[in-house]
Design a protein around this ligand. Structure first.
Ligand code: CTP
Length: 463
């Protein structure tokens, strides 16, 4: 099973524990390392190995064999790695992709630590009955394996020949076990190698190879770190999806918006404690159950719904993530248009919702924070003028022609422009991460205007 849904309280101090004796040099920055742990008493060391790999800058995803889950908790490893832990070869990610295949296709290296005698036998024979073996079979990334077992098991001819096969035929990198005290109480060879040595082997195995999956969308999804409830008591209105302007009862003028960005903002705002109203045009993704949803397919309906939610609803912020039509047919036909000769549609401009809220909100004290989006193609040169024209505080601009950005993608590369003239160019991020960064800016603007406890709602209601 994939442990996809969990909440954890990661003590921030865990991250700040003193670095190991050797200062990490972030040799794995930008890399995705998959750690496969098998059922040995040394599985507890996987917890520390996750920490060391992250200190080197790696994103880490953990896979456990069923026996490993008896030794170490998937919850612990999920909390530390910030990824759901793959514990089932049949496990699916929340978006229905096959977990071990996504790991196999995106990891820059797989390190199996501890590798048990059983795993060596399964791997040497290609028996993919657990997520670790299946991912190793399916990957073209380097594999580093670090055995840990009883001394007699390590010297058994079966183990020797399995290890040899992995090195010789599969070109896997062996980090041999050390000598010392074993779980049996005896002393001998079989202890898992020292963790810094394992990290060094992973760094060396990856070497200068290009990053296999630089974009977050191709990697297993990262679970966002728990956040403060910094939007508690705030009301945020978010428009999402595309509008549809009727031509006749069956046809409309629409656009490619799926609503993913608006829904990601809504989910992030809810997780940060806000009350959220989604004014939804046509959307292709499920809407969060905790939000209040107002359906508004046409620009005119969206205008009414947004004005009502922001002005009458005393919202603290409006985020216009919807792709709103600029033109609509002047007259929609009452009955279905039939095929004939050519057809000319006369279009008229629609209301500019954002600009209208921008000008009407200017009279409010405190003014709600107003955020616009600008989907451009080729250059973002028009964005500063759009920000001014619409009276927005922030404008999230992106080039929808760029790969990984825009409609229907899981990721976005955006610039956040502010009315004070600053521009923050963000890297390619998941839409959820873009949402979090945008909400950081919204929260800062809100707090500068009306600190928590003196919300706009209270002030305006009092007048
Ligand atoms: N917007 C709006 N009402 C409209 C058109 C757009 O509220 N009738 C909002 C969008 O939701 C977005 C912002 O305005 O937040 C910018 O939208 P965009 O289509 O990029 O800007 P336009 O004003 O339509 O300018 P242009 O089409 O010339 O780029």
């Amino acid at each position: 099973m994939t442990t996809g849904k969990f909440r954890y309280a990661l003590d921030a101090r865990e991250e700040e524990q003193p670095a190991p004796a050797r200062t990490p040099s972030r040799r794995l920055a930008g890399r995705l390392v998959a750690l496969g742990a098998c059922g040995s008493i040394a599985a507890y060391k996987a917890v520390e190995l996750v920490r060391l790999l992250r200190l080197e800058g790696a994103e880490v995803v953990v896979m456990l064999t069923p026996a490993a889950t008896q030794f170490v908790s998937p919850l612990t490893l999920a909390a530390l790695s910030r990824h759901a832990v793959e514990t089932d070869v049949l496990g699916l990610l929340p978006d229905q992709r096959i977990g071990h295949i996504v790991v196999a296709d995106s990891a820059d290296a797989i390190v199996v630590a501890p590798a048990t005698a059983r795993w060596l036998g399964a791997m040497a024979n290609g028996i993919a009955s657990d997520a670790v073996t299946a991912a190793c079979l399916a990957t073209s990334a380097p594999v580093v394996f670090c055995p840990a077992m009883d001394g007699d098991m390590w010297t058994h001819p079966a183990t020797r020949s399995n290890v040899e096969r992995l090195q010789r035929d599969f070109r896997y990198v062996l980090v041999p076990p050390d000598s010392g005290e074993l779980a049996s109480g005896q002393s001998g060879i079989g202890r898992l190698a020292e963790l810094p040595q394992i990290v060094d082997a992973v760094v060396a195995a990856i070497g200068a190879r290009p990053v296999r999956a630089p974009g977050a969308a191709a990697r297993p999804p990262e679970v966002p770190a728990p956040r403060d409830q910094d939007l508690e008591g705030r009301t945020i209105v978010i428009s999402a999806g595309g509008t549809a302007e009727p031509i006749d009862p069956v046809r409309f003028i629409g656009n490619r918006s799926t609503g993913r960005m608006g829904v990601a903002i809504a989910e992030a705002a809810l997780a940060r404690g806000a009350s959220v109203t989604i004014v939804a045009g046509r959307v292709e993704v499920p809407l969060p159950a905790a939000a209040r949803v107002v359906r508004a397919e046409t620009t005119a309906a969206m205008r009414d719904a947004v004005l009502d939610a922001v002005l009458a609803g005393h919202a603290d912020a409006l985020i216009m993530a919807a792709a709103v039509a600029d033109f609509r047919p002047r007259q929609a036909a009452d009955t279905k248009l039939v095929r004939g000769g050519s057809l000319t549609l006369e279009l008229e401009p629609t209301e500019d919702i954002l600009a209208e809220v921008g000008s009407r909100a200017a009279a409010l004290d405190p003014r709600p924070v107003i955020v616009g989006f600008a989907a451009e193609t080729g250059s973002l040169d028009r964005a500063p003028d759009k920000l001014r024209r619409k009276g927005a505080d922030l404008l999230v601009a992106n080039d929808v022609a760029e790969p990984g950005s825009g409609f229907g993608t899981e990721t976005n590369r955006v610039a956040i422009l502010s009315a004070d003239g600053t521009r923050d160019d963000l890297p390619l991020l998941t839409k959820r991460e873009v949402a979090e960064r945008l909400l950081d800016r919204v929260t800062a603007t809100l707090d500068a205007r009306a600190p928590q406890g003196h919300t706009g709602a209270t002030t305006r209601e009092a007048r």
